[in-house]
Design a protein around this ligand. Structure first.
Ligand SMILES: Nc1nc2c(ncn2[C@@H]2O[C@H](COP(=O)(O)OP(=O)(O)OP(=O)(O)O)[C@@H](O)[C@H]2O)c(=O)[nH]1
Ligand SMILES: [Mg+2]
Length: 340
């Protein structure tokens, strides 16, 4: 009896230890085996830049490449989240596996922020074909767009073949995030004449599809005409104009046409190649910037050089420009690398 109990206890203990195997290898293997908890955990650990994250991403990378990434941006309250939900549902109907990355400027996604209180939107949380992850804009180690890339890749490795990234199209960081997508949807709304002027500067040129959401409200045709006029003005000779579509996320109108337009884009055009090159360059540079900076900083901090120089600046009024030049000169004698 006692022995039996002991064996059972051991058995449970072993099972527990097994399921609690959170090594990077087991998480990556879990993602490959389509284990949702492994995916969620891997995302968190990579986002937190826990030691070993880069090795994990090296293992994830070869598993990626089949997902299409669509960015969705626009002014606050334009209906981006509502549209994201409608598009996701439509794509699931067509047999796709969808990942959603909601970049929320205010708070990490907790179930309320993205959803509002609409029941329809809550539904997609229960659909096994859809995985939603939110990301706070602040405090993201290594930069927001890199975090979005990493999360999208993990979802891709899991088997999500479409990834939707929602961001508010206001700050530079958010714009950088949508630039990591293969195609970008820009959401406008009726009565936004001035808004379009404001958006024009930063976001308009990166959009591939223009959407006038809330087309159930008056004024949609006017905004459509404004956008078309603007696109016509800025288009170069012979260049095809991006599609401009009207939707109502509220009434589920125009969603199917939008999905058609998203999916119809032929892959591999020269514009795509150019975009990929720009994205690759930005990613390499951003990863490098982070690593180089961190390596140098920790070297200076550990050697006490930084503290010494801080004191010189405060107590002896030494200028910071000379401090940085001199510190850089100490790095492997390769001062010329850093001089400009
Ligand atoms: N009339 C109408 N209202 C809509 C439509 N789509 C969304 N809304 C409403 O607009 C409000 C904002 O919708 P969200 O989907 O949260 O908009 P969002 O762009 O994600 O908002 P933020 O993420 O806060 O910038 C909600 O009250 C929605 O119900 C639509 O097509 N028509
Ligand atoms: Mg939203």
């Amino acid at each position: 009896m006692t022995e039996n109990f002991f064996l059972r206890f051991m058995d449970i203990h072993i099972k527990k230890t097994k399921t609690a195997d959170h090594s990077w290898e087991s998480l990556v293997a879990g993602v490959q085996a389509r284990n949702i908890r492994a995916m969620a955990r891997l995302i968190t650990r990579v986002e937190n830049r826990e030691p070993g994250w880069k090795e994990a991403m090296k293992a994830v990378y070869p598993l990626t490449g089949s997902a299409r990434i669509f960015g969705i941006t626009g002014s606050p309250g334009a209906g981006k989240s509502s549209l994201t939900c409608e598009i996701a549902e439509e794509l699931v109907k067509r047999g796709h596996q969808v990942g959603i990355i909601a970049v929320d400027p205010s708070s990490p996604f907790s179930g309320g922020a993205l959803l509002g209180d609409r029941l329809r939107m809550k539904k997609i949380f229960t659909m096994k074909e859809i995985f939603i992850r939110s990301m706070a804009t602040r405090g993201m180690l290594g930069g927001l767009s890199q975090a979005a890339r990493d999360v999208a890749r993990i979802m891709d490795a899991f088997g999500k073949d479409i990834i939707l990234i929602e961001t508010v199209g206001v700050g530079q960081d958010e714009i950088e995030v949508v630039k990591t997508a293969d195609r970008v949807m820009m959401v406008c709304i009726p009565g936004q004449g001035d808004g379009i002027q404001a958006l024009k500067a930063g976001v308009m040129e990166i959009a591939d599809i223009y959407i006038i959401n809330k087309a159930d409200l008056p004024g949609a045709d006017e905004v459509m005409a404004d956008i078309c006029a603007m696109l016509n003005l800025s288009s170069q000779n012979g260049q095809a104009l991006p599609p401009v579509l009207k939707t109502s996320a509220l009434k589920n109108q125009g969603i199917s046409e939008l999905a058609d337009s998203l999916l119809s884009h032929p892959a591999g055009s020269s514009k795509d190649t150019l975009r990929r090159e720009i994205q690759a360059r930005e990613e390499i540079l951003s990863l490098m910037e982070n690593d180089v900076f961190r390596a140098i900083r920790s070297r200076w901090e550990q050697s006490g050089a930084l503290t010494a120089e801080v004191r010189k600046m405060v107590e002896e009024n030494k200028d910071p420009y000379s401090i940085v030049s001199e510190l850089l000169q100490q790095i492997d004698g390769k001062a010329d690398l850093f001089s400009s």
